[in-house]
Design a protein around this ligand. Structure first.
Ligand SMILES: *[C@@H]1O[C@H](CO)[C@@H](O)[C@H](O)[C@H]1NC(C)=O
Ligand SMILES: *[C@@H]1O[C@H](CO)[C@@H](O)[C@H](O)[C@H]1NC(C)=O
Length: 374
């Protein structure tokens, strides 16, 4: 796909700032209610971003030392906190969010309210969530105070305390572009979907080549969903083909050579757990994910507001059918039935292509994906 080989100037990279925690808002139903519940959690000793007051952190809420990113005594500079609205901020919503954040604001060096300013047309669900992510990545890349950001949607819930300090430790260990969770939990999902890093993840915001990847992903034609594929699946497609369930018909979006140089920058980690489509309590989550700071996807698939797409098998079948029809029609045309057959051939090809597009656009609920946008 011909990515420009841009290299980040090391001097510039070294001069870049720190970590931002970005909480996006989307048009997803009940997003604000979820945000309120999550920010309420941030204000309890079990789930606070940092040590908030004199109340001791419950023993079970400590980040384990052997996870490799337990907060140090010598604390890092606190991260920035940025609430990112899908459209514009209404003053009363901004006030509410500030009130819900409450004392947890003290865990951050600054609290900002920014907006993606999406138009009504861009802000539908679920593709609006992807537009917000792409706006955030562009914005963070342009902001010299930000080197990495942790993208945490309102339904991504902390299960341990002092997670802001632990995130600081996590971004300092190694170079990465994306670091987050594979699909986890007990619910069966297709092989093709397991290997995407869920959108609630740590992202690089200073590498120019990764910026080019994200920009390109934001413009890629959707393969599975109406209008825009979920941003986390779109990024995954650079490193694995998430739409390749059979091993045949793979259409990797990057060359083998490209991936050999960059696959290590797309990292699966345990600090975030994308617990797919099953409810579990906090104690069970801490047992299941001994090194997780966050659990996402603590819900059941029957929720009405899930992002839905087309199953890869359906897409492949439709594509095969379209190819076969086009082949048959071309052969008929070659056999010399002349102008009429040629017209029939192109008509058949158009119908087949339209059918394929239609099967994507309608978003038949054949599978439910577990992404951040959901
Ligand atoms: C959204 O609009 C505000 C106010 O006009 C502006 O300051 C901000 O930069 C815009 N955000 C983006 C992502 O362009
Ligand atoms: C999962 O959601 C349930 C409510 O449906 C809640 O009681 C529980 O604490 C949540 N689990 C985690 C790990 O946040």
């Amino acid at each position: 796909m011909g990515l420009p080989l841009l290299l980040a100037a090391p001097a510039l990279a070294a001069a870049r700032g720190g970590l931002a925690v970005v909480v996006p808002l989307t048009a997803a139903p009940r997003d604000l209610a979820r945000l309120r519940a999550t920010l309420g959690r941030w204000n309890t000793p079990d789930f606070a971003p940092c040590r908030l007051d004199d109340r001791a952190t419950p023993a079970a809420a400590h980040v384990r030392r052997d996870c490799g990113f337990a907060p140090e005594k010598r604390a890092h500079e606190p991260p920035a906190l940025i609430f990112y609205a899908n459209r514009r901020w209404h003053e009363h919503v901004r006030r509410d969010v500030g009130a819900w954040l409450g004392a947890a604001a003290a865990c951050f060096q600054r609290v900002e309210f920014r907006a993606a300013n999406l138009t009504a047309a861009e802000d539908g669900y679920p593709y609006g969530a992807s537009h917000v992510f792409y706006a955030v990545h562009a914005d963070m890349f342009a902001d010299r105070r930000v080197r990495h950001f942790f993208y945490t949607e309102p339904d991504n819930a902390p299960i341990r305390a002092r997670w802001a300090d632990a995130l600081q430790a996590l971004v300092q260990t190694e170079r990465f572009w994306v670091k987050g969770s594979a699909v986890r939990g007990p619910v069966k999902v297709d092989e093709w979907v397991i290997r995407h890093v869920n959108g609630n993840a740590l992202y690089d915001a200073h590498d120019a080549e990764f910026r080019a990847v994200v920009r390109e992903a934001s413009r890629a034609a959707p393969r599975m969903h109406a209008r825009l594929d979920p941003y986390d699946l779109a990024l995954a497609a650079y490193f694995h083909d998430p739409w390749c369930p059979t091993g045949r018909h793979c259409a990797p979006t990057t060359s083998v050579a490209w991936r050999r140089e960059r696959l290590h920058l797309y990292r699966f980690a345990e600090f975030a757990a994308n617990h797919h489509d099953a409810v579990l309590g906090v104690a069970a989550a801490r047992r299941a994910y001994p090194c997780a700071l966050f659990v996402h996807g603590n819900r059941t698939a029957v929720n009405a507001d899930r992002a839905r797409g087309v199953s890869p098998n359906a897409v492949i079948k439709a594509r095969e059918l379209a190819r076969k029809r086009a082949r048959v029609a071309r052969r008929a045309a070659r056999r010399g039935r002349g102008v009429v057959a040629g017209a029939v051939a192109s008509l058949l090809a158009v119908v087949a292509a339209r059918r394929l597009r239609g099967s994507r656009g309608r978003g038949r609920p054949l599978f439910v994906y577990s992404s951040g946008a959901g």
